[in-house]
Design a protein around this ligand. Structure first.
Ligand SMILES: C[S@@+](CC[C@H](N)C(=O)[O-])C[C@H]1O[C@@H](n2cnc3c(N)ncnc32)[C@H](O)[C@@H]1O
Length: 217
């Protein structure tokens, strides 16, 4: 089993607790911040959902939508599944896989792709590869809802952001073998691959950024 899978399996039961300790409810506020903008989405793909807390909210919010989740950690998936009724589970397909292999099981035609605190695990080449791989699965004018950390502060705020990011990258390298050690702002990569920013909301002194990109070609 890959070190990353082992690590996230181990962290799964304490993940929510660690998040609350570090950020209270601000990460969830960022995840939900622009979700209403996807109101007409009927087919939604989520990459690296984690323990299902965001999915719980999304499934309630989009009462008609169907969800496909690519997630490598079986423990995370098991935790997520516990949050849903059997009727709701009929609307969710969990695919336990690395995103690179799981894509083989997808059919194109998604209205939206969602990545929450997921692309921060990749360097620029990795993010580019993910955008290139999954963009064809979006419908024309489909959305990529991106929620992640941002390193945009100035002065003391920037020092705070850098210190926190250093601590987080150290923690995930230790626990999951994460090799990436630096946060990439993927904005220019989205633009280069034919996405346009349609909405943005920055929270927590601009340390968290929720962005809605639309595929324009
Ligand atoms: C940093 S956590 C973020 C979880 C959640 N999206 C959130 O908002 O907190 C990353 C999640 O992505 C999963 N993951 C990491 N790399 C993956 C990959 N290559 N393929 C599929 N899932 C992956 C991990 O198992 C974990 O659940």
């Amino acid at each position: 089993m890959a070190q990353s899978v082992k690590g996230y399996n181990r962290l799964s039961s304490v993940y929510a607790w660690l998040e609350h300790l570090a950020f209270a409810n601000t990460l969830m506020r960022a995840r939900l911040s622009l979700l209403p903008e996807l109101k007409s989405a009927k087919e939604i793909l989520i990459l690296g959902e984690g323990d299902g807390r965001f999915l719980r909210q999304a499934v309630s919010y989009f009462a008609e939508a169907r969800f496909v989740v690519l997630e490598q950690s079986p423990n995370m998936i098991a935790l997520a599944k516990q949050r849903f009724s059997s009727a709701e589970l009929e609307r969710i397909q969990f695919i336990e896989c690395d995103i690179q292999t799981g894509k083989e099981q997808l059919k194109p035609g998604f209205d939206a792709i969602i990545t929450c605190f997921f692309l921060d695990m990749f360097n620029a080449t990795g993010i580019c590869n993910i955008l290139e791989t999954f963009s064809p699965y979006l419908k024309d004018a489909g959305y990529w809802y991106y929620v992640d950390f941002a390193e945009t502060g100035k002065g003391v705020n920037r020092l705070y952001q850098q210190a926190y990011l250093r601590l987080m990258y150290w923690f995930f390298a230790w626990q999951t073998g994460l090799e990436t050690q630096k946060l990439v702002n993927p904005h220019s990569l989205f633009e280069a691959l034919g996405f346009r920013l349609q909405g943005q909301n920055d929270l927590h002194f601009h340390f968290l950024s929720s962005r809605l990109y639309q595929k324009v070609n």
